[in-house]
Design a binder for this molecule. Structure first.
Ligand code: ZN
Length: 190
């Protein structure tokens, strides 16, 4: 589902802005959406927190606070995603590829901290779009169904003015992990 009040163009623009400001890139419009945020744009994990915070502020969403593999372990069991040597298990590599939309660069046996290098600006846009897509049908405060957006980024209730409540990123990802595991049984024999 997509949010009818926030366009993909706007999401891409804000992701570029957040990357540009955090990473001091003077011409954010030129950022390649398929570049590696870690390898090509040289972001650190602290930078990711900053980028996420900027996007949360602009859109009124809650980005993921935990890494994907940590969420997999929380849902499916300790040691299921990362083995004792800190390497990604075969099942975890599979579920991560599905999560990222068939990404190259994820292999079973790679170190879990190397997986951050596959994240691209386009994936950040996709994540923001998914979160915005959890806009409830009706306002959770007054029940009205009159969403509006003054700035094309933040959505508020047209009746009571309350900000839209989106599903938090970690919750959305956990739900996805459970759904996909029910369907694919990637970890059933792991
Ligand atoms: Zn309302």
């Amino acid at each position: 589902m997509t949010n009818p009040l926030v366009t993909r163009d706007r999401i891409e623009q804000e992701v570029r802005e957040a990357l540009g400001t955090t990473l001091r890139i003077e011409t954010p419009a030129t950022i390649d959406l398929d570049s590696s945020i870690v390898n090509d744009l040289h972001a650190t994990s602290i930078d990711f927190l900053d980028i996420n915070f900027r996007l949360e502020t602009v859109f009124g969403i809650q980005m993921n606070t935990q890494g994907f593999l940590d969420l997999v372990e929380e849902e499916l069991g300790d040691g299921k995603a990362i083995d004792r040597d800190g390497k990604v298990t075969a099942a975890a590599a599979e579920i991560m590829k599905l999560h990222l939309g068939g990404s190259d660069g994820i292999e079973s046996g790679m170190y879990s901290d190397e997986t951050a290098a596959v994240v691209t600006p386009r994936m950040v846009c996709d994540a923001v779009e998914k979160l915005l897509g959890t806009l409830p049908a009706a306002c959770t405060a007054c029940g009205a169904t009159e969403w509006k957006s003054e700035d094309g980024a933040k959505v508020t209730c047209g009746a009571c003015g309350k900000a839209a409540e989106y599903t938090p990123g970690d919750d959305l990802t956990k739900r996805w992990i459970q759904d996909i595991e029910r369907e694919k049984q990637l970890f059933a024999s792991a």
